[in-house]
Design a protein around this ligand. Structure first.
Ligand SMILES: [Cu+2]
Length: 171
């Protein structure tokens, strides 16, 4: 056993599992609607195996002027609009929260590089309790819309004209 492994074992015995170890991310991918897009989005599933709720409160990346937590909401006319959600999203104890097409998502605004299929986006997720978790997100332009909310959004929205141009990304 190495010195580092000994330290890790000692830590695990002395303390309860730290909050960062209870948060995990799966199925992350990012996309842009066209090769020339100046904005894009990332989607992922966040799992919380701990006994307490946590909250995704911010997100950071170096690839865009602004990286924000967004959601979609229907306005009075049934048009889907994207909104910045500064308070973030709760990750329930022993549960998961999905960031998915047509729903909550990570938004890249003012992309400083073109994103192509197969590229990797480095993303920092900031949690209230778990702190910062860094992940590498593959750009996947071939992923279809499979979620129920995504399908509903397509139906309600009809055409993508409902979105402000600087906000537009394909869902
Ligand atoms: Cu958005």
């Amino acid at each position: 056993m190495t010195f580092t492994q000994s330290l890790l074992c000692a830590g695990a015995i002395a303390f309860a599992l730290p909050a960062w170890a209870e948060i995990s991310v799966s199925d992350a991918y990012a996309r842009v609607s066209t090769a020339m897009s100046t904005s894009g989005a990332a989607f992922l599933a966040i799992h919380n195996s701990g006994p307490e709720e946590d909250r995704l409160i911010d997100v950071k990346s170096a690839i865009a002027a602004r990286t924000e937590l967004h959601t979609h909401k229907a306005d009075a006319n049934g048009m889907m609009q994207m909104l910045h959600v500064p308070e973030g999203f709760p990750i329930p104890a022993g549960g998961l929260h999905l960031l998915e097409r047509g729903g909550d998502h990570v938004m890249f605004m003012g992309l400083q590089q073109r994103l192509a299929h197969g590229d990797t986006v480095h993303l920092t997720l900031v949690f209230e309790k778990a702190g910062e978790i860094e992940i590498d997100v593959p750009v996947d332009l071939e992923r279809g819309t499979v979620s129920v909310t995504g399908a509903q959004m397509q139906t309600m929205q009809g055409a993508p004209e409902g979105m402000a141009p600087q906000h537009q990304h394909q869902n």
